[in-house]
Design a binder for this molecule. Structure first.
Ligand SMILES: Nc1ncnc2c1ncn2[C@@H]1O[C@H](COP(=O)(O)OP(=O)(O)OP(=O)(O)O)[C@@H](O)[C@H]1O
Ligand SMILES: O=P(O)(O)OC[C@H]1O[C@H](OP(=O)(O)OP(=O)(O)O)[C@H](O)[C@@H]1O
Ligand SMILES: O=C(O)c1cccnc1
Length: 477
């Protein structure tokens, strides 16, 4: 989107802490991991999205004169800190998983290393972006999975929670598998397919449905998708649409014809409409349905044998209404002094919520057939060998240990910024969608189930496991 200055979009405590770091330990570096703990909708995976917007945000970080003036008036920050902010130059190293990658709880999706005074400031926006886009991409993937290859059009802008949610949500929905979006701004900005039919207002604005269809046909003979449920789908909408298609056929004009149904019993109406269109000789006419659809309704109507070519999905996708929060967090995992990395931990009442200390690396494990066998979290500099033992991070799994033998490691974290300089070549959104589908295709099928999926295996190296256990022990005393 056209640049806005989002630098002050942070929680006040980021600034008060940064001020403190600046005063106390201006040179000290920190390592922060961004990760989530729980998959929405009790699903099996999350589709990571938002990196492009994270990059844009980091590239544009700059405190304007009016920002500095505003902060000065708060009488909270030291003059030297405000001077530092007014000349702010981003210096951090950033690693990230690539967008579209299926990811799992407690995996670092982004690692930031840099002066604490800088790295701390990024927390709010990095979480805001990744939590939102990954949530919507994940919901879209659920919906597209049950649509079984049929097109899913993103229709949600009017019901999204604000302009950014609509525009970036549409992008995330396409990463998750949607074929395109009705949001023209999002389509323009991110190279997505703009898609759409017509609203009831078009039909209502004419004296009759037939007149409305005729007028549409004259303007859009090659792309004639008619909304047939304004008055009566089977007794008026479909018969009128058939008359229009007959006229187009006579004039040898039509290429893309179809109907959209937006109310009533989808299974019954689409079956009957399909029969009517086929009997009239329009097997090529497509049927689109919409109306508060989600993965459950779509699965249900397809199981009932509904005749559908494409879906328009709005509110339930763009707001992820069934489970509308991905509660990603941004945690300090290490500090660095005199080039020595010092792991840090945050304890919690539950072992799962206790953080994973240290500067880490994340790998996907493939067998010889190229099938995924799980992920591996290690300390960054660790050498992993064929005879290395790895340990399941889920204490409830029966198979706790495994040898690396026969497994191929592929690093998931790539460097995005090197000392504040962008070093990553960003793929186009449609390429992300494509690679995302390929990556999902390599995962164990049981992890892809919408209901009761298997828990994906995330392993730790011996060194990481021991470090965490030792630190829990040390700090629980
Ligand atoms: N066969 C079906 N199985 C499961 N859900 C369905 C089926 N057909 C439609 N639905 C869903 O049921 C809901 C029905 O919505 P609603 O009660 O608003 O009825 P409606 O037909 O849209 O009424 P209106 O004419 O007022 O728009 C929608 O979410 C729709 O997607
Ligand atoms: O139901 P959703 O999944 O959110 O999909 C988008 C909805 O938005 C439109 O309805 P609306 O009543 O706003 O306008 P219309 O007159 O074009 O139907 C459209 O007809 C869909 O029903
Ligand atoms: O083009 C459509 O049919 C459309 C677009 C947005 C919302 N509902 C429907």
């Amino acid at each position: 989107m056209k640049s806005r200055n989002l630098t002050l979009l942070l929680d006040l405590y980021e600034l008060t802490m940064a001020n403190g770091f600046f005063e106390e330990v201006p040179e000290k570096k920190g390592y922060f991991d961004l990760y989530f703990r729980k998959i929405p909708d009790k699903g099996g995976l999350v589709i990571y999205a938002g990196l492009a917007q994270v990059i844009q945000y980091l590239n544009e970080l700059q405190f304007s004169d009016s920002d500095i003036e505003y902060l000065r008036k708060m009488e909270t920050f030291s003059p030297a800190f405000l001077e530092y902010l007014s000349n702010f130059k981003f210096e951090c190293d950033v690693w990230s998983v690539e967008e579209g990658t299926p990811v799992f709880p407690n995996e670092p999706l982004i690692t930031v290393r840099g002066p604490l005074v800088q790295a701390q400031l990024l927390e709010t926006m990095l979480l805001n972006i990744v939590n939102h886009e990954s949530l919507i991409a994940t919901k879209a993937r659920r919906i597209c999975m049950v649509a079984r290859g049929r097109s899913v059009m993103e229709f949600g802008s009017r019901r999204a929670q604000g302009a950014d949610a609509a525009t970036y949500g549409a992008r995330a929905a396409v990463i998750g598998g949607c074929s395109g979006t009705a949001n023209v701004l999002s389509a323009k900005l991110f190279g997505l397919k703009p898609l759409g039919t017509m609203a009831h207002s078009w039909i209502q604005s004419f004296s009759t449905e037939r007149e409305a269809f005729l007028a549409w046909m004259k303007i859009y003979p090659h792309n004639c998708l008619l909304l047939v449920d304004t008055y009566d789908v089977l007794n008026s909408g479909v018969p009128n649409a058939i008359k229009i298609f007959e006229q187009l056929k006579k004039e040898e004009l039509y290429s893309n014809i179809g109907i959209r149904i937006d109310s009533g019993d989808i299974t019954y109406l689409t079956k009957r409409a399909r029969k009517m269109l086929d009997e009239a000789g329009f097997k090529n006419a497509t049927i689109t349905v919409s109306n508060a659809l989600d993965e459950d309704v779509i699965q249900n109507v397809l199981e009932e044998g509904a005749s559908i070519d494409s879906f328009g999905v709005g509110e339930k996708l763009i707001t992820a209404s069934s489970d509308p929060v991905l509660s990603g967090v941004y945690k300090l995992v290490a500090t660095q002094e005199d080039n020595k990395i010092i792991p840090k931990i945050k304890l919690s009442n539950t072992v799962e919520k206790t953080t994973i200390p240290g500067f880490k690396n994340l790998y996907r494990l493939y067998d010889k057939e190229g099938e995924v066998q799980g992920d591996l979290l290690s300390l960054y500099a660790e050498k992993i060998r064929g005879n290395s033992r790895i340990f399941n991070s889920d204490p409830n799994k029966t198979q706790q240990k495994k040898k690396m033998h026969g497994l191929v490691l592929k690093p998931l974290l790539v460097q995005i910024f090197k000392q504040g300089r962008l070093v990553y070549k960003q793929p186009k959104t449609m390429e992300i969608q494509e690679t995302s589908s390929q990556k999902i295709g390599k995962l164990p099928a049981a992890c892809l189930r919408l209901k009761n999926p298997d828990i994906y295996d995330v392993y730790w190296t011996h060194q990481l496991k021991e470090l965490r256990a030792k630190m829990i022990d040390e700090f629980s005393d």
